[in-house]
Design a protein around this ligand. Structure first.
Ligand SMILES: [Fe+2]
Ligand SMILES: [Fe+2]
Length: 160
């Protein structure tokens, strides 16, 4: 598989996260003009889905892929650490959103939609930056590896 195909494939593995945050953004924008709070159910569902996706996808990356890259190509270790930190930031932002929505659902505090839209916009930007950086690290790692390590990494990328 050449670089362009690999890049396309790795980016496709991130597409459902992009879509979920687009959907959250659209739901909250529509909710600004609505009196009803029914939208909170959709938002809760999207946020649970996003967190589940993150935990599963980031889990495979951190447990299998990142360590393999650090071992096989130590020169990429710092960049891999940066990818791992970005996972933490993304999970924290998403958890914060979920807490705000949960507080609104339980009647504890009305949802500040503008705060949520800002958080979503920031998370979307971080996801795009992370995806781009991650693809570059994976491609550099594949380029620098021997055939055995490369086959193993490609197998693990298939699990994403
Ligand atoms: Fe990823
Ligand atoms: Fe990642």
């Amino acid at each position: 598989m050449n670089h362009d195909d690999l890049r396309t494939r790795i980016l496709a593995d991130h597409a459902h996260l992009d879509r979920t945050f687009e959907s959250l953004d659209a739901t909250l924008r529509a909710a600004r003009d609505s009196e009803s709070t029914d939208y909170l159910d959709d938002v809760t569902e999207d946020l649970s889905f996003a967190l589940g996706e993150m935990l599963e996808h980031f889990g495979v990356e951190e447990e299998a892929i990142f360590q393999q890259i650090r071992d096989a190509v130590p020169a990429l270790s710092d960049r891999v650490d940066g990818l791992e930190s970005a996972h933490e930031v993304l999970c924290n932002k998403t958890s914060r959103l979920r807490k705000l929505v949960a507080a609104a659902k339980s009647g504890f505090q009305p949802l500040d939609i503008e705060v949520c839209l800002d958080l979503i916009a920031e998370t979307k930007r971080l996801i795009h930056t992370h995806n781009r950086q991650e693809v570059e690290v994976f491609l550099s790692a594949l380029d620098s590896m021997n055939d055995t390590d490369r086959t193993r990494l490609l197998d693990d990328l298939d699990r994403l």
